[in-house]
Write a protein that binds this ligand. Structure first.
Ligand SMILES: [Zn+2]
Ligand SMILES: [Zn+2]
Length: 350
């Protein structure tokens, strides 16, 4: 029997009698982070990091949550569980599970670059590692955050000079907070769509020190947005909600923007390849740092990434899960043809 089994409810530890990020209601759920494909409604009790607690309540309502600190050990039927920073979004954690000297680590979503908000990804030694693979192709190779931020700040200044509002499309939990910090360095005229505002308020109420931002309301006069930066979620992109900012320029923040064809396809004026997921080298270095003898690869480019791991002598297999469906995972070009096109056009990028 594997310490972690792959069941139709999710990743299950039979000995400890708990699930990790289950996609169906269970008795005990350990949650890696508050994105909706990992944190679902209906379980009897939840365990997560203290920073995830308020976000889980925001999204799932009145639930029973036990919050723990990173590295704090919890015993469940003699199975030792602890959470470790995953660097993906605020509170995001890897789950370490130990029983009888055997260690499994479930990554959840992760990124290896320190974004200054989410906590620095911690490599955790284990026998078996379960890794995501959202950007598990060699063409995904992020620039450092400082460089992307400088590009965005220059774009904002250029828009201000040409009398345009800057509308930044960024996922509400994760990238929106990073974009806010980036934009606040060049302007204090900051506005948010309601979806982003709700997350922002939950974080501020939980004690996070974030730059001041105003919620866009229907009553606000158009000239209030002059010179401003508006942060909006992908769902608002191209809707009539954006009309009142006109004239404006749209900048989309997503790892998929690394491929220029996607900037055109999304009809954006600018694309910023800012991601909350590890790029190809990040995934590889994370896997190697665990020292794992066996790797299971979940949501993303599982086939390509697990094949490559096997080629370099790390035993790996694909696992089908129901993760993916929020933030970047959802925006992945859907057909094989589009993915092939991405790979073929990747050389276009400077
Ligand atoms: Zn996520
Ligand atoms: Zn995910």
């Amino acid at each position: 029997m594997q310490l972690i089994e792959f069941t139709d409810r999710g990743l299950y530890c039979r000995t400890g009698n708990f699930y990790i990020d289950p996609w169906k209601p269970v008795d005990k759920a350990i949650i890696t982070h508050a994105h909706s494909d990992h944190a679902r409604f209906g379980s009897t009790s939840y365990l997560c990091h203290t920073h995830t607690g308020p976000l889980l309540k925001l999204r799932l309502g009145d639930i029973t949550v036990q919050s723990v600190e990173w590295n704090e050990k919890v015993s469940m039927n003699n199975v030792t569980v602890s959470l470790h920073p995953a660097g993906h979004i605020i509170g995001s954690s890897q789950v370490r599970v130990e029983y009888n000297g055997e260690v499994w680590v479930i990554s959840g979503d992760y990124k290896t670059e320190n974004d200054g908000i989410s906590g620095m990804f911690e490599p955790v030694r284990c026998n078996t590692f379960i890794s995501e693979s959202t950007f598990g192709l060699p063409i995904y190779n992020w620039k450092p955050q400082t460089e992307i931020f400088e590009n965005m700040q220059q774009w904002i200044k250029a828009n201000q000079q040409s009398g345009k509002v800057s509308v930044v499309i960024a996922y509400s939990l994760g990238k929106a907070q990073r974009v806010l910090k980036c934009a606040a360095a060049v302007t204090d005229k900051l506005f948010a769509h309601g979806a982003i505002w709700n997350v922002h308020q939950a974080l501020v109420n939980a004690g996070w020190d974030l730059p001041k931002i105003e919620r866009v309301t229907p009553e606000m006069p158009k000239d209030k947005f002059k010179q401003a930066v508006i942060i909006a979620p992908p769902s608002a992109d191209g809707t009539s909600w954006m009309k009142k900012f006109s004239p404006y320029s749209t900048g989309i923040c997503s790892g998929w923007m690394q491929v220029r064809g996607n900037v055109r396809r999304r009809n954006a004026d600018a694309g910023f390849a800012l991601s909350d997921h590890a790029d190809w080298n990040g995934l590889l270095s994370a896997v190697k740092a665990t020292g794992a003898e066996k790797v299971f690869v979940t949501h993303g480019f599982q086939a390509a990434f697990s094949r490559y791991l096997n080629e370099i002598g790390i035993e790996a297999a694909e696992v089908k899960t129901e993760f993916g469906g929020e933030e970047e995972e959802q925006e992945k070009p859907s057909t094989n043809e589009e993915q092939d096109k991405e790979i073929n056009t990747a050389g276009d990028n400077e």
